[in-house]
Design a protein around this ligand. Structure first.
Ligand SMILES: [Zn+2]
Length: 67
């Protein structure tokens, strides 16, 4: 899995499916999984401290720290 440098999204593709960036790296530490909220399209930043700290607005797998 590679991590997107722009939004930290984890993917096995060569392009980030979240923000369409191609600036991916394998140099990252830690994985964070943001689960979907009870309501559809709920902003995870409202209910998750981690999501608000990392500024994640969509559920998914993210790298904690990208180098
Ligand atoms: Zn991205």
């Amino acid at each position: 899995m590679k991590a997107c440098r722009a939004c930290h999204f984890l993917t096995s593709d060569n392009m980030c499916p979240n923000c369409k960036a191609t600036n991916l790296t394998t140099s990252y530490t830690g994985i964070v999984v943001i689960l979907p909220g009870k309501k559809k399209r709920e902003d995870p930043r409202k209910t998750s401290y981690i999501a608000s700290r990392l500024n994640i607005d969509k559920p998914g797998k993210y790298a904690l720290k990208v180098r």
